[in-house]
Design a protein around this ligand. Structure first.
Ligand code: F6P
Length: 538
């Protein structure tokens, strides 16, 4: 059945009309216990969702929808390894990657942990050899520079976590990430590195991705040009992939390959061998602490009743704004500079998962699915786009993410940061009324401009401190939230067919730009004009 034809959905539509104009000022005024009633703490994270435009009945109806859709059974299907990625005929089991090594994870009676542990042990051995200086490059020098080449899920997660946990990293190592096919990325990342001290990690699930394979070949050429011997490759390249054949064809020996499995989706692969750069940079222990944080949230998600389940609550609130208030986007606002890449990471996780318009029965959905995700760290965002959040015509629900303790304690920086963190949410929710402005003697002609209507919703996610554990829980929280929404919208969250057409068309255009083929007749006039322009300067 189509989600929007469900009786629970129709009840929500009716309920929306009844409460859409209720102001958060009124809701908080009527119920002094609202914050206590609408907050919870799990897996090291505290979630306050009281500043949402909901009443008790809204939540009741949202949970009723989740139950009607059999969300609990769907969560169990996910965790038990059912092939829920139907269009690719795959299970979706990233939770196995962060399961404690000594705890079996059975799928159809088979324990997946021995295989996962084998790779973890290999990663640990290699990571220790590299970071301790025992892994020597071709000229006998220890490795100082680690360069991860990958894109999408083979880049965004590792980059984001490396940036987030830099304070925990080995500062004697230089970590670089190359993803873009634009040669500038490669050129700038390698400009100050010595090839004989550089180790490349080629991270690609398929080992066929055009950007990654082209960057890997150029990196190999850069290395061989300086070292002058083909056999140097073995000392300077490690592959992370599911495709042993392609890895061998590239010239990387099996002992320098770390594997993972088709049941790990690219954008959910951070705790697989794809995160190897993190294990090297952060150390083995910190990598396990990160895994442990993910696992705590996995457990919470699998075991908690829906109405006290953080990913479920966040997912349902997202549906409420997306489908009933017609919000087009949501902003993720981490009040921590270390989380500067978190919004970019979430963009892939959320938008590649839920940017779909056909449901699981093959029909057009007929309602809104995945929102646009965007954001910047506070307080920079405050001096950029918060004007629109406060007084613009669009409703943008926000997730504010913050930490009680700073990683870098200097003066009162952290207190200033967190004062802004709290203040912004208060301003969004409660605004500033005409009466308040008048009592401050604001000139009459400025009153309309200086009014803040408020009633702009936000969630608050807080943890004691940014640590590998709290970061792991935070990422898993969003991963599972995205899953919940995919189930509600009845879409396949774990495929990404929408990335294929562009790749295919680029494949046809490339030989023309390389001068190997004539521009085929019958192109649309715009494509024809663009290619003609490019060729003019070739
Ligand atoms: O963007 C499409 C995509 O397939 C992502 O899902 C994936 O994370 C990325 O390309 C990279 O793929 P691979 O790891 O196979 O190189």
């Amino acid at each position: 059945m189509k989600t929007n034809e469900r009786v629970e959905w129709q009840k929500l539509t009716k309920h929306y009309l009844q409460i859409k104009d209720l102001h958060l000022r009124t809701l908080f005024g009527k119920n002094p216990d609202r914050a206590a009633q609408m907050s919870l703490e799990h897996a090291g994270l505290f979630l306050d969702y009281s500043k949402n435009r909901v009443v008790e009945e809204t939540l009741r109806l949202l949970f009723e929808l989740a139950r009607g859709i059999e969300l609990e059974a769907e969560i169990e299907r996910l965790f038990s390894g059912k092939r829920i990625n139907q269009t690719e005929n795959r299970s979706v089991l990233h939770m196995v990657l962060r399961n404690p090594p000594d705890k079996p994870y059975l799928v159809d009676g088979v324990d997946l942990m021995p295989e996962v542990n084998r790779v973890l042990v290999k990663m640990e051995q290699l990571a220790r050899r590299i970071s301790s200086g025992q892994w020597l490059g071709f000229t006998g020098k220890p490795i100082k520079n680690i360069v991860n080449i990958g894109i999408g899920g083979s880049d965004l997660g590792p980059v984001m976590v490396y940036e987030a946990l830099k304070a925990y990293s080995n500062r004697n190592l230089v970590l670089r990430y190359i993803s873009n096919i634009d040669a500038t990325h490669l050129a700038e990342q390698l400009i100050d590195l010595e090839p004989d001290e550089t180790l490349f990690l080629i991270a690609s699930k398929t080992f066929t991705t055009q950007e990654t394979m082209t960057n890997a070949s150029s990196a190999k050429a850069w290395l061989l040009k300086r070292l002058g011997d083909e056999s140097a490759t073995g000392r300077h390249f490690i592959a992370i992939s599911t495709n042993a054949e392609k890895v061998a064809a590239f010239g990387i020996e099996p002992e320098n390959m770390l594997i993972f499995w088709d049941w790990v989706g690219g954008r959910y692969s951070l705790t697989s061998a794809i995160g190897f750069s993190l294990m090297i940079a952060l150390g083995v222990e910190n990598f396990h602490r990160l895994r442990a944080g993910f696992h705590r949230m996995d457990q919470h998600f699998r075991q908690s009743p829906l109405d006290v389940n953080m990913p479920v609550i966040l997912g349902l609130l997202g549906v409420w704004y997306n489908n009933f208030f017609d919000a087009q986007s949501y902003a993720v606002l981490p009040y921590d500079q270390y989380l500067s890449r978190f919004p970019a990471y979430l963009q892939q996780c959320d938008m590649e998962s839920n940017g779909k318009s056909v449901d699981r029965d093959g029909n057009r959905v007929g309602y809104q699915t995945g929102p646009i995700v965007w954001g910047e760290p506070g307080t920079n965002g405050q001096h950029a786009f918060y004007q629109l959040l406060h007084q613009g015509t669009k409703l943008v629900p926000c997730d504010f993410i913050g930490f009680a303790k700073p990683v870098n304690a200097i003066g009162i920086h952290h207190e200033i940061l967190m004062a802004n963190f709290v203040a912004q949410q208060k301003a969004l929710a409660f605004g500033k009324s005409l009466q308040e402005l008048k009592s401050e003697n604001v000139a009459d002609n400025l009153l309309p401009y200086r009014t803040f209507e408020g009633n702009r919703p936000s969630n608050t996610i807080l943890a004691e401190k940014l640590t590998p554990e709290s970061l792991g829980s935070l990422i898993a929280l969003y991963e599972h939230k995205i899953f919940v929404q995919g189930i509600i919208w009845n879409i396949f969250s774990f495929d990404q067919w929408g990335v294929e057409l562009g790749k295919q068309l680029a494949g046809n255009i490339l030989p023309v730009l390389c001068g190997e083929q004539e521009l085929a007749a019958g192109q649309d006039s715009s494509t024809h004009a663009l290619i003609t322009y490019l060729l003019k300067f070739h």
